[in-house]
Design a protein around this ligand. Structure first.
Ligand SMILES: [Zn+2]
Length: 151
């Protein structure tokens, strides 16, 4: 039997249903909920984590959002939109707001993100398509309150 040292165990929180590395935990308390944690083997932590969906939705969500941002800003498109619209916000906030708008568009069905079936070196395989470009232009204008473009 393998001795359970900090090198080969993780600390498991029953309440949060996830594991932590020893260095993330002090006083044997979960860094998230402050509940008690107990050491489990690496394999057990992994298996339990999978069962508890340790790949948390928030992590997937933020990476999904990041992917959307990378797709619509690629080839300098982000900067080009920024120059054309000339919004009264710094570029990074512009980027975040347009990313949110496109995510909403995708949810509502007037924007589509096209991905290759597997990760590809061909960047053109990743693209955003508009079912309704007018809608996008209007939403974009409204987002940054351009009086001459907004309806
Ligand atoms: Zn916890």
């Amino acid at each position: 039997m393998v001795r359970r040292t900090s090198a080969n165990t993780y600390l498991w929180c029953d309440r949060c249903r996830r594991s932590f590395a020893h260095e993330e935990v002090s006083d044997e308390a979960c860094p998230v909920c402050a509940g008690a944690v107990r050491p489990v083997g690496k394999f057990e932590a992994l298996a339990r984590g999978f069962m508890a969906n340790e790949l948390t939705a928030s992590d997937l969500r933020s990476r999904h959002r990041q992917l959307i941002r990378l797709i619509w800003t690629r080839n300098g498109m982000g900067e080009q939109y920024y120059r054309v619209i000339a919004p009264d916000v710094p570029y990074n906030r512009f980027e975040a707001r347009v990313t949110d708008l496109l995510a909403r568009g995708a949810e509502e069905g007037w924007v589509r993100f096209v991905l290759p079936p597997a990760p590809s070196a061909d960047e053109s395989a990743y693209r955003v398509e508009f079912d309704d470009e007018e809608r996008f232009v209007h939403e974009l204008a409204a987002l940054f309150a351009e009086p001459e473009l907004a309806e």
